[in-house]
Design a protein around this ligand. Structure first.
Ligand code: 13P
Length: 251
């Protein structure tokens, strides 16, 4: 049984003070609703991680980073190492987000190195994959996602693979208010699981959680989570308001 997994990707929003406020509102909600059986993750910007890790001690809210270097230390101006993240109680790291791929030119080879480095340090990667609108309209969405998964997970051991989460985020659905239909999202997620089965076998592929991301809101989370293969959501815009995010957690 895979436990539902709801993550908030705050992107480049919230100062440290604003982050503490938002994290506390989520913390309070979870304390008042102890029966909710969902793994909850928040991914504030790097500059807020330390402050949030000091304020929030609730084991029901895990902390994630939005990116990471594949280097551990050295002359890499502006980069953040896995060792730095670990000391701030960060347990997860989003890797290969489409915004990093599209706006900052991240390539699959680099994402693969980051995933390996994260796993080496017991950080759990959330690998984001997804097609552009053009790729979907020309029927190439599965080909694209397969290529990303095979290249990003190249030479990653079976033993470590089950701690990875995959987030299927069709690029055309991110921040646009257009969600993939729950059937299309489920269909792609089933396909992703079949690729994982080919690479790692049945056992591991059944353990890996696969989230959907792209305009997830309180009004559509329930339908998405009712689908057979969708294990959770990676939420952008709606994770910035505690009211919306708490409603999503409580789908
Ligand atoms: P939105 O929920 O704002 O569409 O963002 C999705 C996303 O990119 C999460 O990583």
């Amino acid at each position: 049984m895979r436990i539902p997994f709801i993550a908030g990707n705050w992107k480049m929003h919230k100062t440290p003070e604003e982050s503490i406020k938002l994290a506390k509102e989520i913390d309070d909600f979870l304390k008042n609703n102890e029966d909710i059986e969902v793994d909850v993750l928040i991914c504030p910007p790097f500059t807020s991680l330390y402050a949030v890790s000091k304020e929030i001690k609730n084991p029901k809210i895990q902390l994630g980073a939005q990116n990471m270097s594949y280097e551990e230390e050295g002359a890499f101006t502006g980069e953040i190492s896995p060792l730095m993240l670990k000391e701030m109680n960060v347990k997860y790291v989003i890797l290969g987000h489409s915004e990093r791929r599209q706006l900052f030119g991240e390539k699959d080879e680099e994402i693969n190195k980051k995933i390996k480095k994260a796993l080496e340090h017991d950080l759990k990667p959330i690998l984001c994959v997804g097609e552009t609108l053009e790729e979907r309209e020309s029927g190439k969405e599965k080909e694209k996602v397969k290529k990303q998964i095979t290249e990003d997970l190249k030479d990653i051991d079976k033993e470590k693979a089950s701690s990875i989460t995959i987030a299927y985020e069709p690029i055309w659905a991110i921040g646009t208010g257009k969600t993939a239909s729950s059937n299309d999202a489920n269909d792609m997620i089933k396909y992703i699981r079949s690729i994982l089965k080919e690479i790692y076998g049945m056992d591991v592929s059944e353990k890996i959680r696969i989230q959907y991301g792209g305009s997830v809101k309180p009004h559509n989370i329930n339908e998405l989570m009712n689908k057979s293969d969708i294990d959770g959501a990676l939420v952008g815009g709606a994770s910035l308001k505690s009211k919306d995010f708490n409603e999503i957690i409580d789908f």
